[in-house]
Every structure is written in C-alpha cells, then in structure tokens.
Design a protein around this ligand. Structure first.
Ligand code: FES
Ligand code: FES
Length: 222
C-alpha cells in the first residue's frame, strides 16, 4: 500500500524536517506555479529559444512637433504642434481663444464652427497642420473697434440664446451663410443652412429672427 504519510508542516505547507519528506499538495502547487512563472519569463527573455527580442526604437512614443503658421483674427501665430493636433484644441489650449466651444467633438453639433479662408469649418474635425498659412476668424475676431458685429448685435437684440453654449458656433455659421450669395434669403433657406448647429435650449426661432435682422443691417453697412 502506498504511503501518503507526510512530515509535519509549518502550516503553510513547508515541511519541517528537511530532505526525506514527501511533498505536500500545497508545496507541490507552489513549485508548479514558481517553475511555470520561471518558464514563462525564460520564454520572453531576450535570446530564449534562440530568438532575439523585438527591438523597440529609442524614440518610440515621443511626440514630434511640426511648425505651423496660423493667421487668427488678423494676428500671425507661429506654433509647434503635434501631427495629430486638432484645430479646436490648438486654438483653445495654445492660443487661449476659448470662445470656440467643444460640444460633441464629432462634427455633429456645430458648437466649434469658425471661418477658415471665408468658409465655415467644424474645428473639431480639422487637423491643425492642414491649416498652415490659413486665415482663421473665431468669435473673438467678429467685433471691430469695440463695436459688435451686426450678427452679434442682432443675437443680443433678439435674445437668440439661453445658456449660450452653442451661441458662438451659431453666430459664426450665421456670418458664413450671410456672406454666401448662393444661399437664398428666405427663412426656410436660413433654417436649412443653419441645420448643422444644434441648440439644446431650443432658441431656433429667435436665432432665425436675429439672422434676418443682421442681414438687413449688413446690407445697409455695405
Ligand atoms: S464640437 Fe465640433 S461639431 Fe460639435
Ligand atoms: S442657447 Fe443653450 S444650447 Fe443654444
């Protein structure tokens, strides 16, 4: 009959009387785990099994900077940005132009709208290095000589906002469509052209009224 008698242990499975003891179950499992880990670490060690470990470039993970020149609201800025820097973040974080808002960050709400070379753009979808040399107008650049832009004044006059989070983007889109001769002047066309700007407060009716008011004032100013 097989003898399963084991030597006294110290409670953790460690035999107390040295060489002659039969292995306890706990000790056996400990040795398997330890040797398994050893085998595993050997397998991943450089040179194990005759294979060398993959070489990691010394600069892996380092962010390279790229020079870019942006003309923002009439001022030229020479910046160094990461290759994947987004225009909205560059304007807000590097130039502290925080009037342009981040809403959805997915091109769906229009809160980040600004004007690049005369065309409205969603800044959250624009890579900064793609705008080298471009002329950019943000909400901070609309007023001139301390006087509100007609669109800003009309939004104020017609209470075209509540919380105001969407307002900068709404006004930049409004300026864009009022400058675009291809867009008809009727309310339906304005609503369609402004459909990329979401207002969670539902100020749409007053926004359209403000845009039509600004249209008349801009015409008179020309
Ligand atoms: S934040 Fe850019 S479209 Fe919403
Ligand atoms: S005013 Fe609040 S989201 Fe438009």
């Amino acid at each position: 009959m097989e003898d399963h008698t084991t030597a006294p242990t110290a409670g953790d499975g460690t035999a107390t009387d040295g060489e002659s003891v039969t292995l306890t179950r706990r000790r056996f499992l400990q040795s398997v785990c330890t040797s398994g880990a050893g085998i595993t670490s050997m397998a991943w060690a450089p040179g194990a099994s005759g294979q060398s470990a993959p070489q990691v470039p010394a600069q892996a993970g380092a962010v390279e900077g790229y020079p870019v020149t942006l003309k923002v609201n009439g001022t030229t800025h020479r910046l160094t940005v990461a290759a994947n820097a987004i225009l909205l973040d560059t304007l807000r974080d590097q130039l502290q132009l925080t009037g342009t808002k981040k809403g959805c960050d997915h091109g769906q709400c229009g809160a980040c709208t600004l004007i690049v070379n005369g065309v409205t753009v969603n800044a959250c979808l624009s890579v900064t290095v793609m705008h080298d040399g471009d002329e950019i107008t943000t909400i901070e650049g609309l007023a001139r000589d301390g006087k509100l832009h007609p669109v800003q004044q009309a939004f104020w006059d017609h209470d075209a906002y509540q919380c105001g989070y969407c307002t900068a983007g709404q006004m930049m889109s409004a300026v864009g469509i009022l400058q675009d001769k291809r867009i008809p002047a009727d309310d339906a066309a304005v609503r369609e052209a402004m459909s990329g700007n979401i207002c969670r407060c539902g100020a749409y009716k007053n926004i359209v009224t403000a845009i039509q008011d600004a249209r008349g004032k801009m015409r008179r100013n020309v």
